[in-house]
Every structure is written in C-alpha cells, then in structure tokens.
Design a protein. Structure first.
Length: 137
C-alpha cells in the first residue's frame, strides 16, 4: 500500500511554500460500507495577512466521513504547511481547503473549522460543511 505514497515513508520531506493541492494523497477506504468520522486537528497552520504581511496563526479541525477514499495524514500536513508563505484572508483559506479536500477524496460529508488566533482582541472562526450524495457500493 505505501508504494503509492510520495511523502509517507519517503525518508526525505520536501516542504513547499506555495499552496499546492497536488500534495494531498489518498488511500482506499478499508470500510467503505460503513459511515465513520475521521478528525484531523492542528494548531500549526499559518499564513500571511495579504495586507500587512504579518503571520496569522490558526487552529484547524477537519472532520469527514470518507466514501471510497481516505486522506493520508502526512500529505495533509505538507499541504497545510504550503499555506505558510501565502497571503490570504481566513475566509479564502478555509474555502480553498474545503474545495481541495472535497476534490481529492470525494467524502460523504466534510467539515472544516478554521479558528484564527485573536489579533487586536478579536478572534475569528469559520465553519464550512460539504455534504455529498451518498455513493454506496
């Protein structure tokens, strides 16, 4: 199974500094006949404010119910890291992440919650949900 992965088990990790959804990898869902929720959480997501160039720090939670494909976690980590030098508002970031994840794994259901660390005393949280038509075997 690991022969198909470009990142996992490669021995060398290459970081990209431009948003790159091609970093995302999947594997066959071992239980496509069952609905189960997968959760990824990290507080290491950063980007740059498109106006000031200052770093913004986020806690992101990704919940999804896989259909036929599951997300590989190391590729997700590298994909999220690729936002580090990108200048964009939190709203754009969250929507891009949702779109890219839906495109790569076609989940039954996916939620992205992106919580920005407060700046100037104001916090910001975005919650986006994707629901697809069920595709059963």
């Amino acid at each position: 199974m690991t022969d198909n992965f470009k990142h996992l088990g490669s021995g060398e990790t290459k970081y990209e500094y431009e948003v790159n959804p091609r970093l995302l990898e999947t594997f066959d869902n071992p239980h496509p006949d069952r609905d189960y929720k997968v959760t990824f959480t990290t507080s290491e997501l950063t980007s740059l404010c498109p106006i000031t160039g200052q770093p913004d720090f986020y806690r992101i939670t990704i919940n999804y119910i896989p259909d036929r494909l599951c997300l590989e976690s190391k590729s997700l980590k590298l994909y999220l890291f690729s936002y580090r030098q990108s200048g964009m508002f939190a709203e754009d970031m969250a929507n891009r992440i949702l779109d890219h994840l839906v495109d790569i794994c076609r989940p039954r259901w996916l939620e992205v919650e992106n919580e920005m660390n407060p700046r100037g005393g104001i916090g910001l949280t975005l919650s986006l949900i994707h629901i697809s038509e069920p595709t059963r075997l």
